[in-house]
Design a protein around this ligand. Structure first.
Ligand code: MIC
Ligand code: SF4
Length: 647
């Protein structure tokens, strides 16, 4: 039978279930990655499983998020991560070596393999033909221990690419166009598979820009075929042996097909405060710009930064624009250094930033009050830049440079410059000396634990019923950045009681305090949300910290995939309204009961909500598998795993 790429990879990795869309399946994970902001908790969880060595083909621990180190906390975490990696058979990519997704693509990604990463942009690996998915740290810990990764078997949308991008139109404009078409809502449970003759015109880093921002669509992942272009990229990384061809069979079936003529696309921008709020750059032309930030796992490859350096060579950035460039990896930075492009950037007035996430996660480079900031990263959620009043626009490196030069939003085609056609080198600069290999004698390694590192808090099994109050009611598109802010708060990732004090900080700063006061009186906290609750990152702290605060259920119009999985892993019941309009029949402060919830989940019966304040009943809905219901009944995945071990 003809198979598409997803079916090929899934069928080779399937350990439980049937490949029927909508059914729960378990798959074997070949590779894992973690980054430092999610990694510490993931490895604490891995350690608690008491497995002497990771069971994967390859596991890499990257340090790229918390590199600001304003205080001892991050440096302590890095030391912890380094010692854990040495002890348990994990490669350790040191701070300064680059952003996890960029480095993984360069040095480790392999077509046809599965990759699970504790970061939502792990699908970047789809650019090299991997089935690469983001998940919470606990799921990654389980995969490191050799356990399957469970997911809902996705539907597949094929995006058929024809034609070729015009000069000044970039891969970023392709994905911004797709975000305009499909939006950030309603794509849960889908994988995007790219095909068509236009694929061969895109390099691997360009493909990776497109799959990276599939995360913003909310899809499970995105994947490109592995073809001659992939082989050449791997050969240039001295890894030709990792190449296998991977294409869809002729006649392979898809749930839906879209066609995009690359030649018809124009430069685009995503306006504040959502990656799907997209318009042509020309619509905003002339708008004054205060800051331009180029980098992040979306657009910091050698190709991207060579475009930027070539355009800035011999020119000065506009005096009223602060311009920063963060190379995606040490490989990229090293090559820019060797070929003189770094000197061109420095001479033009660019601020050279560390090879790390930095500005993208609000770790430094917060713009001025009310600033317009053009950035090449993937998320422009309100406040994520570190300045609540800032207006962040997402764009390609080409469009970002145009603004850096002119001081205003400018369609790069209007610059009047000739387009720098950058070709990838036949051989990249390869130096893996900042990737440390595990210890030869792991028993001699003592794991370092700084004072900020605490054990993951425990949860109790699900009570007979949930009886409490709607502590918070929020609207549509609540992101994990709303729930659990990062930026200057990131350094508390290893200290849950402290970090929990910032849950919903920008939405309602009294939330943690009100939750704790209810929790201590035995009143359960319930959150009510609108559509697409939990968009964005994979950070499990957006579930773990609410759990610590005594949140027992989240009831929304719709919930995003990774966040739902995280809620389940920490024993919080994810529910949706059977009828969307019932969202209007609950208010913040209402007393709520979910009667016989334990029994109903156990036996798979429908769940209802009794609004005691309004004296109404509301039917609720869930798609929890038997395994997920058991996890919730146990009070989360760690409890569930322990009880399975004991029985
Ligand atoms: C992000 O881009 O939001 C992050 C920071 O990389 C997160 C992970 C985290 O919160 O640590 C993600 O995308 O999963
Ligand atoms: Fe880092 Fe930003 Fe990419 Fe997240 S989206 S991994 S913070 S560069």
């Amino acid at each position: 039978m003809s198979q598409n790429i997803l079916q090929k990879i899934l069928s080779q990795h399937l350990v439980s279930g049937d490949l029927t869309p909508g059914e729960e399946i378990g798959i074997k994970i070949d590779q894992t990655l973690t980054q430092d902001a999610t990694g510490t908790m993931a490895y604490l969880q891995f350690e608690s499983m008491r497995i002497p060595k990771v069971q994967t083909e390859l596991s890499v621990s990257y340090v790229d998020h918390n590199t600001l180190q304003d205080g001892f906390e991050n440096a302590d975490d890095h030391r912890y991560l380094q010692t854990v990696a040495a002890k348990y058979g994990i490669l350790y990519s040191r701070a300064g070596n680059g952003i996890c997704h960029q480095v993984h693509l360069e040095r480790f990604g392999r077509p046809g393999r599965t990759l699970l990463g504790s970061d939502s942009h792990t699908p970047t690996g789809g650019g090299i033909g991997m089935l690469a998915m983001g998940a919470g740290g606990l799921d990654v810990a389980v995969a490191m221990g050799g356990g399957p990764f469970y997911l809902t078997c996705p539907k597949v949308t094929r995006i058929e690419l024809t034609g070729r991008l015009q000069p000044w139109v970039a891969a970023k404009d392709v994905i911004l166009y797709i975000l305009e078409l499909l939006t950030t809502k309603g794509n849960v449970g889908t994988v995007i598979e790219y095909g068509g003759e236009g694929v061969a015109t895109l390099t691997v880093p360009e493909r990776a820009t497109i799959t990276n921002m599939g995360a913003e669509l909310g899809v499970t992942t995105s994947v490109f075929p592995s073809d001659e272009v992939t082989r050449m990229f791997l050969a240039a990384q001295d890894r030709e042996g990792d190449w296998v061809e991977l294409t869809a069979d002729p006649g392979a079936e898809y749930d839906c097909t879209l066609r995009i003529d690359l030649g018809e696309l124009v430069p685009r921008l995503a306006k504040p405060h959502s990656p799907d709020n997209v318009c042509p750059v020309s619509d905003m032309a002339g708008t004054k710009v205060h800051q331009v930030m180029i980098g992040s796992c979306t657009n910091s490859s050698y190709r991207d930064l060579m475009v930027v350096a070539s355009l800035l060579k011999g020119r000065q950035v506009h005096p009223e624009v602060s311009v920063g460039v963060a190379p995606g990896s040490r490989q990229v930075l090293g090559m820019l250094t060797q070929n003189g492009a770094l000197a061109d950037l420095v001479t033009s007035g660019v601020r050279i930033l560390e090879s790390a996430c930095g500005f993208c996660i609000g770790n430094g480079q917060a713009p001025q009050t009310n600033a317009i900031s053009i950035r090449t990263n993937n998320r422009n959620f309100e406040g994520r830049s570190g300045t609540r009043s800032a207006q962040v626009y997402l764009a390609s490196p080409e469009t970002a440079v145009a603004a850096a030069l002119t001081g205003a939003v400018t369609d790069p085609r209007e610059l009047g410059l000739s387009y720098p056609g950058i070709r990838l080198p036949e051989r990249f600069w390869i130096d893996d000396s900042m990737i440390l290999t595990p210890a030869a004698n792991p028993e001699t390694i003592e794991v370092y634990r700084g004072p900020n590192i605490g054990d993951p808090p425990a949860n109790n099994p699900l009570p007979e019923e949930i009886r409490g109050v709607v502590t918070l009611k929020v609207g549509d598109k609540i992101t994990t950045d709303h729930i659990m802010p990062a930026g200057s708060r990131l350094k508390y990732r290893s200290n849950v009681p402290k970090y929990a004090g910032f849950v919903f900080e920008g939405v309602d700063p009294t939330f943690p305090e009100r939750c704790l006061s209810n929790r201590d009186k035995g009143i359960h906290n319930i959150i009510v949300g609108g559509a697409s609750y939990g968009q964005g990152s994979s950070r499990e702290h957006a579930a773990l910290c609410p759990m610590y605060l005594g949140v027992k259920a989240v009831i929304a119009q719709s919930l995003e995939r990774i966040h739902t999985a995280n809620l389940i892993n920490f024993g919080i019941v994810p529910l949706t309204f059977e009828k969307e309009e019932d969202y209007g029949r609950i208010e913040q402060g209402d007393s709520i009961v979910l009667p016989d919830l334990r029994e109903r989940l156990k036996t798979g019966q429908a769940v209802t909500l009794r609004n005691v304040t309004k004296e109404t009943e509301i039917p609720l809905y869930h798609t929890l598998s038997t395994r997920q219901r058991e996890i919730i009944l146990a009070g989360g995945l760690l409890n569930f795993t322990r009880s399975a071990e004991q029985s």
